[in-house]
Write a protein that binds this ligand. Structure first.
Ligand code: XMP
Length: 510
């Protein structure tokens, strides 16, 4: 594998993805990781990431310099380059001009990871530096320069050690892929064997070992991609010893509980429907506060889960679809971020129930999970499903949640999605949904006055839900959706469009 030490750059995960796109496994570890805590026999190459600090500054992150005497092929990026230069005895300079954004570099040395371009070639790159290397350390040569900095690439003349001042991992560095490829295959001599087939085989064998018969495992399914693919994979190892269940909270989209159950059964999963809708709606009665709604739903979900788990005999393991970004977020060099919304998940469960965890995707990104799903012959309608929040429609019904208001939202949401799908826009949009506002306004229908509720339409583009931009929807589609909602959904006389991005808004309204 390629080990990436994270010095806090916002692009560190992207480096891991670029390496994995080459079918080579890579892992991100915090920069404080010491060489003796890692199985070095597996590490074929080391990448030192970028980061916001200055190598000589007081806030420089802790790093064990022992990493640089191990004779592992190494690539330094941005901060990583400065760290290497400093360590090996080069000179750093504070940039006269700080450079952030697009820049052009000139190749000075056609060898090592730069062997793909003749001397003098100019390449577009994404630069980011305050400091830069002024004099390369002994044994190194300059590989590339830019107007803003004389040395933006360097390599050791006899060892597979090189460094870049710019970011090869971002799309704004079009040739970055080739640089990473040259490092991974020519310098670190990795082989391209990190493939979905291999991963599936390894995980099936590993899970079978982890849960020897007659031990049983349990998995709560949400109908979403991660938990469904996890269950299908684990079921290949455990068969009927995996007990899946799907909780109908009464806060799903129209017909969703039935259609999700049908899809899960078609995947040959041993799955039970737990209808807890009356219980959830009962507990939410009279509650309008967004955080309180989320807390109630989280608590009731855990109660339902516990009751169901206890009704099964011999369950020792819990399957969860935890993804890599959730795992590295918690060990990152950055501090914890403020709680904007209490997310509903089953994170609190294992301690209370003392289950052993099976998390086959702890090392994967979401798009890699989709690829696995494809390899497992799962249908596109599951793999391309837009994310749906755990608390469901509760966070899209502003004000009090009543069975009538749930139905109103379900109907409006159904129409919106039906039209989005018919227009062929579903797959390109991160999420599209309707929101029921606690606002009544006056309207006119036929000859009569109405005083009814308002539906907001929300559709966003996003990569990961962390940031989002509102999606452009064609005028005729909006016109049709608005007409249909007002005509077909009882109790709604006004439709508005949400054109806020995240930040400053969030994707969900509560
Ligand atoms: P926000 O509203 O915070 O949402 O911009 C970001 C993404 O997270 C989803 N979301 C949730 N997902 N449990 C989940 O599993 C939750 O409690 C939850 N709240 C929001 C939201 O749909 C969006 O994709």
């Amino acid at each position: 594998m390629i080990l990436i030490l994270d010095f806090g750059s916002q692009y560190t995960q992207l480096i891991a993805r670029r390496v994995r796109e080459l079918s080579v496994y890579s892992e991100v570890r915090p920069c404080t990781t010491t060489p003796d805590s890692v199985d070095l026999s597996k590490v074929k190459g080391l990448i030192l990431s970028g980061g916001p600090s200055s190598v000589t500054g007081e806030d420089a992150p802790t790093f064990d310099p022992g990493w640089l005497s191990l004779d592992i092929p190494t690539l330094g990026i941005c901060y990583g380059m400065q760290l290497m230069a400093h360590h090996f005895g080069g000179t750093l300079g504070r940039g006269i001009a700080r450079e952030y954004g697009p820049s052009t570099i000139t190749i000075e040395d056609n060898a090592g990871i730069f062997e793909s371009w003749p001397k003098g070639t100019q390449l577009s790159v994404w630069m980011s530096h305050g400091d830069h290397v002024e004099v390369v350390p002994a044994g190194f040569v300059t590989c590339a320069s830019s107007k803003g900095a004389p040395i933006v690439g360097m390599r050791h003349t006899s060892k597979p050690v090189s460094a870049l001042q710019f970011h090869p991992e971002v799309v704004h560095t079009p040739e970055g892929r080739t640089l990473i490829k040259n490092f991974v295959f020519n310098e670190a001599k990795c082989s391209a064997d990190w493939t979905p087939e291999n991963f599936i085989e390894q995980q099936i064998a590993k899970t079978a070992d982890q849960v020897p018969a007659p031990a049983q495992a349990i998995c709560a399914l949400s109908g979403g991609v991660d938990s469904t693919v996890a269950a299908v994979l684990v079921a290949r190892a455990l068969g009927e010893r995996l007990h899946c269940f799907f909780v109908d909270t009464g806060l799903m989209r129209k017909n969703e509980a039935q259609s999700v159950m049908e899809r899960l059964k078609a995947l040959d999963l041993n799955v039970t429907l737990v209808d807890a809708s009356a219980r959830f709606l009962g507990e939410l009665k009279g509650v309008s506060d967004p955080e309180l709604k989320r807390k109630i739903i989280g608590r009731v979900f855990i109660e339902v889960f516990e009751e169901h788990a206890k009704s099964l005999k011999g369950v020792t393991h819990l399957v969860q679809g935890t993804l890599y970004p959730d795992v590295i977020e918690s060990v990152s060099v950055r501090g914890p971020s403020a709680t904007i919304k209490t997310h509903h998940n089953v994170g609190g469960l294992p301690e209370r129930l003392q289950f052993k965890l099976i998390e086959p995707f702890r090392e994967l990104f979401k798009d890699e999970v989709r690829l696995l799903g494809k390899e497992l012959d799962m249908p596109q309608e599951i793999l391309q499903r837009q994310p749906f929040p755990g608390p469901g429609l509760a966070v899209r019904i502003l004000g009090e949640i009543t069975p009538e208001r749930v139905t109103t939202l379900q109907e409006a949401d159904y129409i919106f999605l039906e039209e989005i799908r018919a227009a062929g826009l579903y797959a390109g949009i991160w999420q599209s949904f309707a929101v029921l506002l606690p606002v009544r306004s006056v309207g006119v229908m036929g000859d009569g006055r109405t005083y009814d509720e308002t539906i907001a339409l929300r559709a966003v583009y996003s990569e990961d839900g962390m940031t989002a931009d509102w999606a452009y929807l064609p005028e005729d589609l909006l016109r049709r959706v608005s007409n249909r909602i007002v005509n077909e959904v009882k109790g709604v006389n006004r439709v508005v469009l949400d054109i806020s991005s995240k930040p400053p808004a969030t994707i969900e309204w509560e």
